[in-house]
Ligand binder design. Structure first.
Ligand code: NAP
Length: 246
């Protein structure tokens, strides 16, 4: 299988896109380190992987907290002996028009989506540099590129993830580490189910492929970027958006 002997750590792995990425990689033989902020749903995902013959362990941490992240990464490296891939997927929204946006809404989104990506990557990078191998995939968003009314905080965080990805890719390329981003468009999930009907309808009208994406569509792109076949790709943003933005 494609990822035999590889260990992949995925944040926000309890549900949605992170969960789909975990199953996709486990099916290809990777040992999975699942990280999320709450333990219960996470354990169920690990159980599903084990039931299908895969290997999975769970780690609980708030990605916005550097102390929790470094503690958990240390534990995970000890438990698995190494970590080859990190998928920075944990993300939140706190939508509001700028006029009404509370400082806490701004801070919370930047702390999880952008600082969380920084925390995880920083905690991992020495280990990957020592191994002279690593793959980091950061989950951005189409709105980090095109913007979206009501999401100044979220789109700023996701645009930040793209800048972070490109800069880190340049820093670590000589050590055999690639860093890329995936920018999903409108993906059916808990995050998008919370949106009003009018917003979803408007998005559908703008999607040339005339369907919303699935978590599996995103997982397919992530799987490719983590594979040996993607070894010459770094600092890139792969758009998975049905043509919403070209
Ligand atoms: P989701 O269903 O809400 O899943 C996100 C996961 O991250 C949840 O399990 C959540 O746990 C966890 N999480 C939240 N805050 C965390 C923290 N501080 N530390 C650790 N884990 C935390 O979202 P999704 O739709 O699968 O989205 C996954 C990623 O794709 C996000 O980065 C999102 O921005 C991005 N994305 C999604 C779409 C879309 O259409 N769905 C489009 C573009 C980009 P709790 O549920 O316990 O809070």
């Amino acid at each position: 299988m494609k990822f035999d002997g590889r260990v992949t750590l995925i944040t926000g792995a309890s549900q949605g896109i992170g969960e789909a990425i975990a199953y996709a990689l486990a099916r290809e033989g990777a040992e999975i380190a699942l990280l999320d902020i709450q333990p219960d749903k996470l354990e169920a995902v690990a159980e599903n992987i084990r039931r299908d013959g895969g290997k999975a362990a769970t780690y609980v941490a708030d990605v916005s907290r550097s102390d929790q992240v470094s503690e958990v990464i240390e534990k995970a490296i000890q438990a698995h002996q190494k970590i080859d891939h990190v998928v920075n997927n944990a993300g939140i929204t706190r939508d509001n028009l700028l006029m009404r946006m509370k400082e806490e809404e701004w801070d919370a989104v930047l702390a999880v989506n952008l600082k969380g990506t920084f925390n995880l990557s920083q905690a991992m990078i020495r280990h990957m540099m020592k191994n002279r191998y690593g793959r980091i995939v950061n989950i951005s968003s189409v709105v980090g590129v095109m913007g979206n009314a009501g999401q100044t905080n979220y789109s700023a965080s996701k645009a930040g993830v793209i800048g972070f990805t490109k800069s880190l890719a340049r820093e670590v390329a000589s050590r055999g580490i690639t860093v890329n981003a995936v920018a999903p468009g409108f993906i059916t999930s808990a995050m998008t189910e919370a949106l009003p009907d009018e917003v979803t309808e408007n998005f559908m009208n703008l999607i040339p492929l005339k369907r919303f994406g699935t978590a599996q569509d995103v997982a397919n792109a992530v799987t490719f970027l983590l594979s040996d076949e993607a070894g010459y790709i770094t600092g890139q943003v792969i758009n998975v958006n049905g043509g919403l933005l070209m």
